[in-house]
Design a protein around this ligand. Sequence first.
Ligand SMILES: [Zn+2]
Length: 520
Amino acid sequence: MKTAISYLRFSSKKQSGNDSYRRQIEATEKFCKENNLVLSKRLEDLGISAWKGKNLSDESALGGFLKLVEAGRIPKGTVLICENLDRISRAKILDALGLFSSILKKGIEVVTSMDGKWYSEKSVTENPADLMISIIYLTRGNNESETKSNRIVASWIKRRDKIKNGEFAKFHCPSWISHNGSKYLLVKENAATVKLVFNLYIKGYGVYSLIRELEKRKVKSFTKSGQWKPVFIHRLLQNPAVIGTCEAVTPPAANYYPAAVSEEIFYKAISQRQQNQNHRGKTGSKQINIFGGICKCHKCGSSMVKYTCKGKKNLKQYTFLICSRSRVGKCKYEFTDFNKFSDSFLSVLHTRNFSEFLRPVRTKDNSDVTRGKILELTKTIQRVAKAIVVTDSPSLVQELKLLESQKRHLESQYEKEKLESMAATDSGRDYDAIVATLNDGLKDNDFRTSLRNFIRRTISSLIVKADGYQVNFRNHKEHIRIKLNQNDFEAVVNGEETYFDYFAFKSEVPAGSIRHKIKW
Ligand SMILES: [Zn+2]
């Protein structure tokens, strides 16, 4: 049986906190037991840095030990155990290597308990690669943050395994969850608030109108600042902890916490969030544009944008929709009076029940939920892929394959669901609510948000011409065409002509205010 001497060093008082001290001692004892070593002495340099070799001075434990080594008073074959080579020296690489080789030359063997590496004069001579490894570790000693984070990772492994097994592991959790030391629980009041935020969001509230609503209802914020801030709502809306998922492990552990909202609501919100981002308008504009992102040019298919100018004579303000490409000279300038277009569209909306154009709901539409799941899964896949690069773990590669096949499965399911209930959903019910509020609601941005969301859900595009427009529904089967016909407007519904003169609108272009002359 060989004799071992352990060496512990902490550079700061903070570092010598109970946990790290105990961890180093435990690791050493475990190592001795496993390798049949008798621990004869513990050298400890607490609160001493190895940066400038202070731990090698005569007063230090290691310095004293080295003196004994130098004097040949430590028997050959004695094993010096340390957590890592950076415990011995953090000096510049050549100095560190010199110290390291002088210890080995005296017949002392050095073992690092962190990875079980065993260095002796013989092993290093026979296996120069070992020396290379030690150089790498000694260099790392100079890079404190890296090794420190390695040790933090090591202390994480324990808790991570617990989380993976669904066991209780104590660590920082979100504000609507607390624990009693052995189990996570919902903080009732805060969990109810989380639920409310999600419900409002999927009803069509934007983040800002949602905050106004929370303030109006005097809902107490559980954030540190005590205020509702947009960034918090944004984060909350995409935090899978609300459905109980713990993201501290890769891949995240599902159903680890008690859920505050249902999976259906969460994935719907995820899906809706992405849609809102696709259609994001100018922020800070006074009024929400209810047609944001769906008006397209009849010539080139590009987005139509709002354009405002003043009449020279009457100084009246005119707002038009024009093709965005016409502004860079790539499409023809055509002006569609925005207010009249909008009025006409809303009267169509008011008069013709939009649900007529939608297929009846046969099955419950789950496509939003599936889409949200796909988005979340994509995030997980990216995380696992990153973890593979760092850890090179074969079990993670397996995990990744599994996740990718799950994703493919979900994607084909999504395509099916989307076809089955193309925008049919519960738009009929929403339609009634919207029409009932249409007259008074338009000044209210919250209402405009729900109206915009309704329009996006039912209509795929509005093809706009100077003298009319076509409404294309998402079901890809029906459309309404509103067109100037002499002085009347002609509406063609699904190819059958009908006349609705009250849909009429005509653009008034102020004289002299436009660069290009247009024939009307
Ligand atoms: Zn165009």
